[in-house]
Design a protein around this ligand. Structure first.
Ligand SMILES: [Zn+2]
Length: 464
């Protein structure tokens, strides 16, 4: 019996083989099946590092929050909790409690391993990103929101894909190609076209802020899932970062490693290429910067030409070519992304040397057709319609259709995203939804620009 299958069972004599346990949760599951220590047998050798290596930042955060909730419950029972300490969610009540007691207050009896103070700061998660009230409305849906919103378990998202067989079989392993060239025929990958599809997400890293990667990689995986064979080869041809991600997604589909481990490996590569753009710690990464690296190819994708809209003078000195497909809607008056892409230009403040009008724009010309596009939106154009389909015309006279796959949001220094597939929309947030995404039954493309306080800052399109 696996650790997974044994959950909830009690065994009078518990003989365990913990040699293959992947993490401390697995050890816990195996060993806590026993009714007493005397009748517990560990039959094999085990990796002590997994149970002595310290808790992850996220797990420590979980324990800290539980300690505070415990204290809040005790004080409430004793009627010594002030009226101001209240809230509909655990985050809001913890925030109010800490406002009352101070940030360094630690209840008595908290284990030294999770204590916080002057040196070890207990960072609260961003309150604005946790829109629990909205999620609660989904309780009438088919899935339990409560389970989806507990990003602590290691197993929820990974087991979903292979429900009857959570261990990779030798035949599935054999199909994995680490060079990424021979795409794996993923019989187990659930397609976004099917009702049981639930986009896999990434759990936020509170020590090395990861929300930009969480969103972007979750979106790329969502795109990949629609046609693993085709996207495997497309990703592999583009650049080393997205190729590494494709290889990792395959390994994760086969349960060979966790998605977060893949993220961290790709992140390390990015950091190596540009430590200032892709830093570690509690710093932020620019989404266009990330998109540029991931959507880079070996050929020139587009160029920008300086042109005057009044006298139509073209400036051949001011030409900038790019090998990536991260573009920016540089026109605050654009009504929709599709409209803008029919004649894409960015407004500038330059004055024309011929007609002296400040009507110089950068005209965008596509020389090659990308397979993915990141369209970054203007801050001062929140009403731009995020088109479901857009067309890109190339300088060779060809036209190519793209479909909207994801929208990236930003609020209070945190990125979240929505994923789109035909008429379905899911929401992912590394903090609140973690390894899963939640389907939003009442969101339509017409109101996709905003999510609560969050504002859409970019859209990801895939070649249809
Ligand atoms: Zn001019």
């Amino acid at each position: 019996m696996t650790d997974y299958a044994s959950q909830g069972k009690t065994r009078e004599v518990n003989m365990t083989d913990v040699s293959n346990c992947a993490n401390h949760q697995s050890y816990y599951t195996c060993l806590s099946r026993s009714s007493c220590a005397d009748d517990t047998v560990i039959m094999t050798n085990f990796k002590s590092a997994l149970i002595t290596g310290g808790a992850s930042g996220w797990l420590r955060q979980e324990f800290r929050e539980i300690e505070l909730l415990d204290e809040i419950t005790r004080l409430r029972h004793e009627r010594s909790l002030p009226e101001t300490v209240r809230g509909a969610s655990r985050r809001s009540i913890i925030r109010e409690f800490r406002r009352w007691k101070g940030r360094h207050y630690v209840p008595n009896g908290v284990h030294p391993a999770v204590r916080w103070g002057e040196n070890e700061i207990f960072e609260e998660n961003d309150l604005n990103t946790a829109e629990w009230a909205i999620v609660c409305k989904r309780k009438s849906g088919t899935t339990s929101s409560a389970t989806n919103l507990t990003p602590v378990s290691d197993s929820t998202a990974l087991k979903r894909k292979v429900p009857l067989d959570d261990q990779p079989t030798p035949s599935k392993r054999a199909k994995f190609s680490p060079d990424g060239h021979n795409a794996v025929i993923m019989t187990t990958v659930v397609s976004p076209e099917t009702p049981q599809y639930k986009p896999v997400g990434l759990m936020w890293d509170a020590e090395n802020y990861s929300c930009s990667y969480d969103c972007f990689f979750t979106a790329l995986r969502h795109i990949w899932s629609a046609d693993p064979l085709r996207w495997n080869s497309r990703f592999t041809e583009m650049n080393v970062f997205i190729k590494e991600l494709a290889i990792g997604i395959q390994a994760n589909e086969l349960n060979l490693c966790q998605f977060e481990a893949i993220r961290d490996r790709v992140r390390l590569l990015l950091h190596g290429s540009s430590p200032t753009k892709f830093p570690y710690g509690k710093s932020f990464v620019s989404m266009p910067d990330l998109a540029k690296e991931f959507l880079r190819s070996s050929q020139v994708i587009h160029e920008k030409r300086k042109r005057c809209l009044t006298c139509m003078t073209e400036d051949f000195v001011g030409i900038y070519t790019s090998t990536h497909s991260a573009i920016h809607v540089g026109d605050p008056s654009a009504r929709s992304i599709a409209d803008w892409l029919s004649n894409p230009f960015e407004r500038t403040a330059y004055m024309c040397t011929r007609c002296s009008q400040r009507t110089i724009v950068f005209h965008l010309l596509f020389h090659a057709v990308p397979t993915l596009m990141y369209v970054s939106l203007e801050w001062n154009n929140r009403n731009i319609r995020i088109s479901e389909t857009v067309t890109v015309s190339t300088t060779h006279g060809t036209q190519h259709s793209f479909r909207l796959k994801a929208v990236i949001y930003w609020v209070a220094h945190h990125f979240t995203c929505r994923l789109i597939s035909n008429d379905r929309i899911w929401f992912h947030d590394g903090i609140t939804t973690g390894r899963v995404s939640i389907q939003e039954f009442h969101t339509s493309l017409a109101d996709i620009n905003i999510r609560g306080e969050s504002i859409a800052i970019g859209a990801i399109y895939a070649l249809a």
